[in-house]
Structure formats: structure tokens, C-alpha cells
Design a protein. Structure first.
Length: 413
């Protein structure tokens, strides 16, 4: 029995679920097990209000599909021929998930269990502007190595998720009109991986994946959070109402290409998007490399920029502080519009926390409306370079084990 239809996840078939509204179907039951360590049949009856026979039938169904495993089975003394009162748990080893967080200049691939926990990961330097074929041809061997080192094979893969530094059509899993990702526009990413893997594939914007990772692991109590990614470029991911806010066309959160300077094109720094004066053209990792190189420093990667700031190079420190203020102004406007509870700052430049955060805090708290900053928290990413892969794995697990999708896969409709 397969839980996942081949290729695109797509919408659920019409009328896939006939479990009456308000009644806990097998998919909902699995969601219960996914949120708890383990439960006995009696626990399930108490939590769902389902009858013993229905609980038994649904647990049997999930167990036959390999999605539940019985733990510590033992026969309760004096219960005669009754079922053993063992407890059941979600079988997180019933397959694996593969994810890859593709950045502008590096990628990180990971193999995860079905709970979305990262088991192993592999980083690799890679230039996203080389185009989809060249970049995805690097992801393939990373996935193969991760599977091999985990004793798994392609048939064990239940889902794949990738993130990229550009706008994404989430439904189609394609990159759309990316400012910097040459050749990626509408490239068939699903088709690429369908040659090797028979499973759903999700594509997400990098800052969204990071935002989801931070939200689910550290800030799940916050209704609205903003993830600011400071890497080669500048981007943001928004979680609103406990969901990723992608916008009508997947362009939400593109704070890096909002204007940081006036309309005079001649005096503004040119941006990679073709415009000039964008936030990113002042403070993106690439812009800092440009300014440090012009000042005679050796900075050809964002890591080198961070190193110069950390070693207190006066030009680098001055640029970092100015960058913090430019970002702070842009962030203050976003805070006014979005009113997030938490702003999380990640990406390589967040490592220069001391220098960048001062200006950022100053501008956010002085320029935002008092009501919007009254309970606002500003934190550095806790997941750091793994925020993207953690977020992708959790998104993928939620997608695959969406209750209605599970019911459809089990034929429980
Ligand atoms: Zn721009």
C-alpha cells in the first residue's frame, strides 16, 4: 500500500475522504500519534471518543500500512484473551525524507526520518547561477551518498523537499521570475527527480523554509514571525496565523528588493535585480564584498566578509554597522505592516551579530510603531545553517502525513 501517489502531490481526489465530519479518521489518528510519543488503545479511546472496535480497526489499518509500531506489548494479567495492552507509536523509520537547502553559493542536503528529524547532512559549495541542471546534478550524488550511508535506497524515499533563493510557485514546484537564478524560470524540478524517485516533491523559498524551521522548533507559541535571511542576498520568510505566508504569487517577503535609497538611479548602487538602490544593493553579502574590495580588502566570499568583521577590520566593522541600520529601517516598515511577535535573523551575516544587530535593533525600535514593538522579540537564528533543512523536513512530513492525504492513501475514504 502506498501513501503517496507518484509524481506531483497535487490536490486530493474529489471525495477522497468519507469519514464523517467530527469523527476521527485514520489520518487524524495518525496525526495524534505523530504529536505524542506513544499511546495505548485506551488512551486513543479517551482522546478521540471513538469506540473500542473503531479504535482497534483504525490502529490495525495503520499498523498494516507500517505507520504504527507496537511498543512493549504485554498481556495484562487476568484479562484472558483480550488484546495486549501495549502502546503504539508512529513508525518514523517506515522510510526516509530527502531535503536540500540550496543557497546562492552553497547547499546542504540532509536525510531525515519520517518525523522530520535530520539524521545526517552534507554541505557543498555550489553556485546557483550555474543553472538548474548543473546545480541539481550536484544534489543527486549528495542524496545517493546520504541514502547509502544510512543503509537506504531510492525506494525508501517518501518525499523530497528543496529550497532555493528565489520566488517559488509552490503548487507547480517551479522557480518563477527569479532575480538572480539564471535559467531556473519554470524549470521542471519535479521531472528531474521523478527519474530516480517515485514520491512527492516540494519546492520552497529559502527564507520560508528557514522561517518554518525556527517557528516549529522554537517559536510555535508565536502566531506571527518574520525570518530575515542575511546571506549573499537579503530575503524574508513570513509565518502568519501559524502558516507560511507566500503571497498571491510566491513573492511575499522580498524585503531585499525594497528601496533603501531615493529615486536617483545614477547615485544609487545597482542591484542584481536590474533595479538600483535596493536594500540588498546596500547590505547584501555581495554588496559588502563589492565595498570591501573597493576599499582594498580581500573579500570574495560572504564568509570572508564575516571574518573581516569578526577580526575588527575597521572598514568591515563600519560597513556592518551601516548595514544594520539600513536593514533596521527596512525591517521597521515590515514590522509596522506585519506586527510579528518574533523576528529571527539568520544567514551567514547573522554571525556578525554584535556589529549588525546594534543598528538593526536601534532602527526597528525607534522607527516602528510602539504598539508593534511592545512585545516584539528580536533573536538570532538558533538553528543556524540547519534552519533551512530542518524547516524543509518538517514541512515535508506535514505534507505527506496530512490526515486527508493519509486517508486517501489508505483507501479509508
Ligand atoms: Zn534589487
Amino acid at each position: 500500500m502506498s501513501l503517496t501517489s507518484p509524481g506531483a502531490p497535487g490536490p486530493l481526489p474529489e471525495g477522497a475522504t468519507t469519514t464523517p465530519p467530527g469523527v476521527v479518521g485514520p489520518g487524524e489518528l495518525l496525526a495524534l500519534f505523530r504529536s505524542r510519543a506513544h499511546l495505548t488503545r485506551a488512551d486513543v479511546m479517551t482522546l478521540t471518543g471513538l469506540s473500542r472496535s473503531t479504535v482497534n480497526q483504525r490502529i490495525d489499518l495503520l499498523q498494516e500500512a507500517g505507520l504504527l509500531v507496537e511498543r512493549e506489548p504485554h498481556v495484562v494479567p487476568g484479562r484472558g484473551r483480550g488484546r495486549p495492552a501495549g502502546s503504539f507509536a508512529f513508525n518514523v523509520e517506515r522510510g526516509v525524507l530527502l531535503v536540500c537547502d540550496i543557497g546562492a553559493t552553497a547547499m546542504r542536503a540532509a536525510i531525515c526520518d519520517l518525523s522530520g528529524t535530520v539524521l545526517r547532512d552534507l554541505p557543498l559549495l555550489s553556485d546557483v547561477t550555474e543553472g538548474p541542471e548543473a546545480v541539481l546534478a550536484r544534489v543527486d550524488p549528495l542524496f545517493s551518498r546520504l541514502l547509502e550511508s544510512s543503509g537506504r535506497e531510492a525506494a525508501d524515499v517518501r518525499g523530497i523537499a528543496l529550497s532555493v533563493p528565489g520566488p517559488v510557485d509552490h503548487e507547480q514546484a517551479t522557480v518563477v521570475s527569479p532575480p538572480i537564478m539564471t535559467g531556473w524560470d519554470r524549470f521542471d524540478v519535479r521531472g528531474w527527480f521523478a527519474r530516480t524517485y517515485d514520491c512527492p516533491l516540494l519546492l520552497e523559498k529559502d527564507a520560508n523554509a528557514m522561517a518554518w524551521g525556527e517557528y516549529r522548533t522554537h517559536y510555535s507559541d508565536a502566531d506571527t514571525i518574520l525570518m530575515l535571511k542575511l546571506g549573499t542576498g537579503v530575503g524574508a520568510g513570513i509565518i502568519a496565523g501559524g502558516r507560511i505566508h507566500r503571497g498571491a504569487d510566491g513573492a511575499a517577503g522580498d524585503i531585499g528588493h525594497t528601496q533603501a535609497s531615493g529615486d536617483d538611479r545614477d547615485s544609487n548602487p545597482a542591484c542584481r535585480c536590474g533595479n538600483s538602490g535596493c536594500v540588498e544593493a546596500h547590505v547584501g553579502g555581495w554588496a559588502l564584498m563589492r565595498d570591501l574590495t573597493a576599499a582594498g580588502r580581500d573579500a570574495t566570499t560572504v564568509d570572508e566578509v564575516v571574518e573581516l568583521i569578526r577580526t575588527a577590520d575597521p572598514v568591515a566593522v563600519s560597513l556592518a554597522r551601516a548595514a544594520g541600520r539600513v536593514l533596521g529601517v527596512a525591517l521597521a516598515e515590515t514590522v509596522n505592516i506585519l506586527n510579528p511577535r518574533v523576528v529571527v535573523v539568520g544567514g551567514q551575516l547573522a554571525e556578525a551579530e554584535e556589529q549588525v544587530f546594534a543598528g538593526l535593533r536601534e532602527m526597528v525600535y525607534s522607527r516602528s510603531l510602539p504598539l508593534a514593538t511592545r512585545r516584539l522579540e528580536l533573536h538570532r537564528s538558533r538553528l543556524d545553517e540547519r534552519a533551512g533543512s530542518v524547516g524543509l523536513a518538517l514541512l515535508l512530513a506535514d505534507h505527506i502525513f496530512d490526515p486527508a492525504r493519509v486517508d486517501a492513501g489508505l483507501g479509508a475514504g
